[in-house]
Design a protein around this ligand. Structure first.
Ligand SMILES: [Mn+2]
Length: 405
């Protein structure tokens, strides 16, 4: 019988049982209970914090600012501009005013078309004094550069896909494996459950209208279009340097983007001079095995030179090209390579190294340089005619490309 068993047990160890039956001091009980409650609350807060995604943390930081400066790298490309308008869209959904800044220039016709077609307000800066907001976010780069006082800037937020050591003081999201910064920004929208307001919505969004709906950010049509174009442009239309993230982000953006706008950015009108320079580069090319070099003579727009090089490298059987032309007495060179035997940046360096006032360099597949024509021709008794100097330059470039330096 249970009663007997208890009684027997109690009798066999009377002292221990009596102690166990004594009530604990009330202060101790209260202490233990309060301690437990504090522990539970702490655990809850920690778990909440742990489970909060980057997008939630970013959104609450954005909400805490009155105004935010969004800074792009020098000569911003569609990925930088798309990322900037994406972040601006997020910030404005939280009632934070934004301003987008860039150093350098927006000259390439595709970049100009991006800005015009999406009707973006971007402000060019010369120095740090031109940035009027206290809080600064960097997109598509992680260390400020390209303007006076850049090194003195301590950004609050850094979102990028380039390797580097730059960090934001309150928020850093750098993913070097990603093909585009716009994919990272798109993921925030997706994880925040943003609505995509495409052309079917009867709200006009291209004028920067609705950015928020029921407290959640909305992806406006121009933002979705800009982000999608940014991803396409940084990955050569999803063929180069892509991860799953670029495809997933593109799929998410597509229903909210506008195909007509995409087409207008991708196929802008090209100046006749640009086409003339490309034609000259093709006509004047000198071939040496798989290498091509072309002197396009005097040009009005030096941007036509790298674009002519891009065109020439597509020529069947050609694995490396250099195009050069001059403006205001300076020769501009641009090289492209898809040949693993040669490093275009080093070729530019080698060829221009021993010419005074010249500079050259770059990466394995892309290089460039500049040299004043008078220095290229040489000074003093050893000077040659400028025509001869231009022809000699071709000889030196071919030598370097063949590996005979
Ligand atoms: Mn990028």
């Amino acid at each position: 019988m249970p009663v007997d068993a208890v009684a027997t047990g109690a009798l066999s160890d009377p002292v221990g049982t009596v102690e166990a039956m004594l009530p604990l001091p009330p202060e101790l009980v209260a202490g233990v209970v309060i301690g437990l409650v504090v522990l539970l609350v702490l655990a809850y807060v920690l778990i909440r914090r742990f489970r909060r995604g980057k997008e939630d943390i970013l959104l609450s930081k954005l909400a805490s600012y009155d105004e935010l400066a969004i800074l792009m790298h020098p000569n911003p490309d569609p990925d930088a501009m798309g990322s900037a308008i994406g972040l601006a869209n997020l910030a404005e959904s939280q009632g934070t005013e934004t301003r987008i800044y860039y150093p350098g220039q927006i000259r390439h016709q595709e970049n100009r078309a991006f800005r015009t077609v999406l009707d973006l307000e971007l402000e060019r800066i010369e120095g740090v004094a031109d940035i009027r907001q206290r809080n600064i976010a960097l997109v598509d780069h992680n260390e400020p550069r390209g303007f006076v006082g850049a090194e003195g800037i301590d950004p609050d937020i850094v979102i990028d896909h380039h390797p580097g050591d730059g960090t934001g003081s309150v928020f850093t999201d750098v993913r070097p494996s990603y093909g585009a910064c716009a994919s990272i920004i798109t993921e925030y929208f997706e994880k925040l459950g943003a609505d995509r307001l495409g052309t079917t919505d009867n709200v006009n969004l291209t004028d920067g209208g609705t950015v928020e709906h029921d407290g959640r950010p909305c992806l406006s049509e121009s933002t979705a279009t800009g982000l999608l174009y940014g991803i396409q442009s940084d990955t050569k239309r999803l063929t180069n340097g892509c991860t799953d993230a670029e495809f997933a982000a593109s799929a998410f953006l597509f229903p909210g983007a506008n195909e007509d706008l995409l087409d207008r950015i991708a196929n802008p009108q090209v100046s006749s001079e640009m086409l003339e320079t490309k034609a000259t580069a093709i006509r004047n090319r000198v071939l040496n095995g798989p290498f091509a070099i072309s002197d396009v003579g005097d040009v009005d727009d030096v941007d036509a030179i790298p674009q002519a090089a891009e065109e020439l490298i597509r020529l069947e059987g050609t694995s490396a090209v250099v195009v050069y032309g001059s403006k205001d007495g300076v020769v501009h060179l641009s090289g492209r390579s898809r040949d693993d035997r040669l490093h275009m940046g080093r070729i530019m360096e080698d060829v221009l190294d021993d010419v005074a006032m010249a500079s050259g360099g770059g990466h394995a597949r892309m290089g460039g340089g500049q040299v004043p024509l008078e220095y290229l021709a040489g000074i003093g008794p050893s000077a040659v005619s400028e025509d001869r100097a231009r022809a000699d330059l071709r000889g030196k470039l071919f030598n370097a490309m063949r590996g005979n330096t």
